[in-house]
Structures are given as C-alpha cells and as structure tokens.
Design a protein around this ligand. Structure first.
Ligand code: ADP
Ligand code: MG
Length: 343
C-alpha cells in the first residue's frame, strides 16, 4: 500500500459514507431526501415506477487487474440505466451497496465513487442511499435503480408480433473484443519486463466499449421524437442471439435475422481476425454491448430509417418457424444462447 493511501478503518464506515456522498446535488424533483437518514424519500407522483438491480462480484463480473476502479463505478451505474431505458423509461435514482475487503483503501473507493457520480451527473440520476459492509471476498457492488415511465408507453419483451421489424442500435461485439484484448495484454504483461506498456493503438474503440459503455438514452429520445413505441424491447447485455431468444420466448414468436445486416465496427472485425475468431459469431454472442434490441410494426419502417444509428436486422415470424440467422449464402442457422455468461 502506498504511503498516501488511507485505511478505511481510519475514517470508519460512517466517515467513509459521508466522505463519498458529500456535496451531492439532486437532478430530479422526485428526490426529496437522499443519503443520511434511515431511508431515502422519493415522490414519484404519477406514472409507473420501474425498479432494477444488478450485483457485481469481483472475480466473477470484473477483474481489477485491468479494469480501473473509476471505469468500474461508471459501468456499474450505466448498466442499470440501460435496463431502465430498455423498458422505455427514464432512470431517476440509484442506491449503491458495497462489500469492501481490507485490501481496499479510502482512495480506491473514492475512485469507484468518482465513476458512479460521473455516470449520475451525465444521465441526471440521483444517488440517494446504499449500504456498506466489510467483505472477505474482495469487492462487491450492488446497485439498484429506480426509474419512471408513462404506463401506456412501457415496453416489455413480450409484445413482438409476426412481421414486426427487428432493430438494433449501434454495433455489436466490440465490448467482447475489448475484453479479449485486455485479457491478452494482461497475460503478456505478466510475463514481460516491468516497464512493459501494452499497445492499444488503433483499438481505442473496442477498449472504450468494454471499459466505458454508455446506455442508449439517445435512442429512447429519438424513438419518442418520431412517435415510435416499440412492440418489444430489451438491452443487449448477454449477446444478440441470447436476447433474440428471450424476445421470441416471451412474445411466443420466431425470428429471422440476416448475417449481412448485423452491425459490426471495423475495429471489432480487425480484432476478431487477429484472434482467429468468426466476427459474426463475436457480434451474435459477445456480451456487454448495452445496445437496444427492439421490434416495431412494419408500418414504422420509414420512421426508423430516418433515425441514424439503428440497423434493421430482420423480422419476427410465427413461432413454428423458430429463431434463425440467415447467412450470406441463404442458409439458416438456428440461434443458440451460447452467449457471454458469468456462469
Ligand atoms: P443503516 O444502519 O440504517 O443501514 P447506514 O449507516 O448503513 O444506515 O447508512 C446511513 C446512510 O448512508 C443511509 O442514508 C444510507 O442510505 C447511506 N449509505 C450507506 N452506505 C452507502 C453507500 N455505500 N453509498 C451511498 N449511501 C450509503
Ligand atoms: Mg446500513
């Protein structure tokens, strides 16, 4: 431990919490009381309330050998916002619960909170509470997010209908390729001289997609501006194949997606090639893209075409037809959920 680092025991649990949460300014009128009492007070007024939670365990969901704590904080918050957007809602408040083992210092947790607070600032979400405990198994982060939505505009996974268009925002597979790159460089670094510097030139995009993902607030706003309410929607966290199967199962439908329509960035393709991986499989099964996958009635096709950054990748079918990808040469491959999965 470096000299300037402060042991958590020096501040104590209460000292640490007040240190981490000082000067929090609220972005939402629905936040009445935040950190400091036995419970936060929210006044969400009308509309529906959305609640989502995520648990992140060191060694299972993140590896601190190559993920900076500030990025980890940012990402832990953003993945929750993404779940709220995927319901066609807006995130408003979060609570953050931490398990912290003794190898972490006050400065480490400050870094984590700098990332969480940055995400809250950018997405206009209020940090209103949490819980803090010692841990014997490294770092544990659990974030709960509260959001709001118009009751009539909530989008579930279960509303897709045959002939609906299947759309996805952004591009896929980049975060997974970023993770492969980090793991490779970490292995090289372990065997290399102490002054070894990994070379990430030309790979900035895939790294950013892994380390600093964004939730697609912009897409939700663009869809609303065009008056589009998707028939079904979810965020892509475990890979496109797996998410398409979720929509098909929840909606009792089948689907066809076209290999040549899957959006893939150049850097993703280059990295997949370097690793001898099939780039389309990477995009179909990689995880942590946090893009939005949704379906719209065929009648909305022209409106969708007007929105930049959305790809129409296929269509919904009757359930009997199953879920498949149509390859460039017209063959059909059944979709399987071999997606990225912590288990
Ligand atoms: P209690 O004993 O009632 O659980 P705590 O002492 O754990 O209360 O928490 C005191 C206040 O600090 C509460 O408002 C709680 O929401 C907040 N808090 C505790 N831990 C955190 C954390 N990690 N991040 C943000 N707020 C926290
Ligand atoms: Mg507590």
């Amino acid at each position: 431990m470096a000299n300037q680092e402060t042991e958590i025991s020096k501040l104590g649990e209460f000292g640490l919490i007040s240190h981490l949460t000082k000067d929090i300014k609220f972005n939402n009128s629905s936040t009445v009381v935040g950190v400091g009492d036995d419970a936060a007070v929210l006044d969400l007024k009308d509309g529906a309330t959305l609640v989502t939670t995520d648990l992140l365990l060191e060694g299972i969901h993140f590896d601190l050998r190559y993920v900076p704590l500030k990025h980890l904080g940012y990402k832990s918050a953003v993945v929750n916002f993404s779940d709220i957007y995927a319901m066609n809602g807006r995130p408003r408040q979060i609570t953050v619960s931490l398990g912290v083992s003794s190898r972490f210092t006050v400065e480490h947790i400050e870094e984590l909170y700098a990332g969480i607070r940055k995400a809250c600032e950018i997405y206009e979400v209020d940090l209103v509470g949490g819980d803090t405990s010692a841990s014997v198994t490294g770092l544990v982060i659990s974030i709960t997010c509260i959001g709001v939505a118009d009751k009539e505009k909530i989008v579930l996974r279960s509303g897709a209908k045959p002939t609906d268009l299947i759309c996805v925002s952004g591009d896929l597979g980049a975060a997974y390729m970023g993770l492969q790159l980090l793991e490779r460089e970490n292995q090289v670094a372990a065997k290399a001289a102490p002054d070894f510097q990994p070379d990430f030139a030309g790979k900035e995009y895939i790294l950013e997609r892994q380390l600093k993902p964004e939730a697609r607030k912009d897409i939700i706003e663009l869809l609303a501006a065009e008056g589009i309410i998707p028939t079904s929607m979810m965020d892509v966290s475990d890979g496109l194949s797996s998410e398409l199967l979720h929509i098909c199962k929840s909606s009792d439908v089948g689907c066809r997606v076209f290999e040549d329509r899957i959006p893939i960035d150049y850097q993703t393709a280059v990295m997949a090639e370097e690793l001898n991986m099939n780039v389309v499989m990477t995009a179909m099964n990689g995880g942590e893209d946090y893009e939005l996958l949704f379906t719209v009635p065929l009648a909305d096709k022209e409106k969708i075409e007007k929105i930049k950054g959305i790809s129409m990748i296929g269509y919904i079918t009757k359930p009997e037809l199953g879920a498949a990808m149509v390859t460039r040469d017209g063959a059909e491959i059944e979709l399987k959920a071999q997606g990225w999965n912590a288990f």
